[in-house]
Design a protein around this ligand. Sequence first.
Ligand SMILES: Nc1ncnc2c1ncn2[C@@H]1O[C@H](COP(=O)(O)OP(=O)(O)O)[C@@H](O)[C@H]1O
Ligand SMILES: Cc1cn([C@H]2C[C@H](O)[C@@H](COP(=O)(O)O)O2)c(=O)[nH]c1=O
Length: 216
Amino acid sequence: MPELVFFSGTMDCGKSTLALQIGHNRSARGLQGVIFTRDDRAGEGKLSSRLGLVTEAVEATEGMDMYKYLVDQLSQGGKVDYVIVDEAQFLAPEQIDQLARVVDDLGLDVFAFGITTDFRTKLFPGSQRLIELADRIESLQVEALCWCGARATHNARTVGGEMVVEGAQVVVGDVNRPAEEVGYEVLCRRHHLRRMTSASIRAGALSPDVLPVPSV
Ligand SMILES: Nc1ncnc2c1ncn2[C@@H]1O[C@H](COP(=O)(O)OP(=O)(O)O)[C@@H](O)[C@H]1O
Ligand SMILES: Cc1cn([C@H]2C[C@H](O)[C@@H](COP(=O)(O)O)O2)c(=O)[nH]c1=O
């Protein structure tokens, strides 16, 4: 049975890498996929992983009918065996509905990848709809870690190392950016709720929340 699968996790947990691996393994067996993405850091029409791999993709622009796009491909004689969607959190809920129709009416597997919540711990509309409609939700096995060593579950936005909790929901960016830039850091819930980033911990020096460092 074809499925709509949502691979979700924090930033930097390997979602795009897995998307590329799934595409590679299928194309190695002669299957042809359509890869969609939206607002990838590498630029329009790219799906990129921090491991250095990048592939061409179809930019899922605002208002694009993804079901119609695939029907058009098929009716023009194109071969489509599966669909990959990266940065799926940025899609509109209607586009997730279109992806569900791709599974149900066109019989194609759809593998969607995205972060669940934004820097304020609120669901992205696209992710919310995926949680509502997906046949399966998968957490990635390689877990990103908070500075304290616990599993990172939330995404923080930082400016000058300080966590911010106000601003636009969508600001394309990356982890490990220079302090003066807008950046992101993955944190455990405890430290997200306390607004404790790695930079604020360094600035605050000794804190009971910092892992003990063994003396050499
Ligand atoms: N230099 C590196 N060596 C090994 N693994 C790395 C390196 N840089 C990044 N990674 C791996 O890549 C992961 C991020 O992959 P990526 O697919 O870009 O994440 P996501 O799409 O979830 O944001 C990191 O969690 C880490 O496991
Ligand atoms: C938390 C959060 C993230 N974003 C942006 C930042 C990145 O461009 C992407 C996530 O990409 P990744 O491959 O999963 O690292 O989302 C945002 O716009 N708003 C946010 O709140």
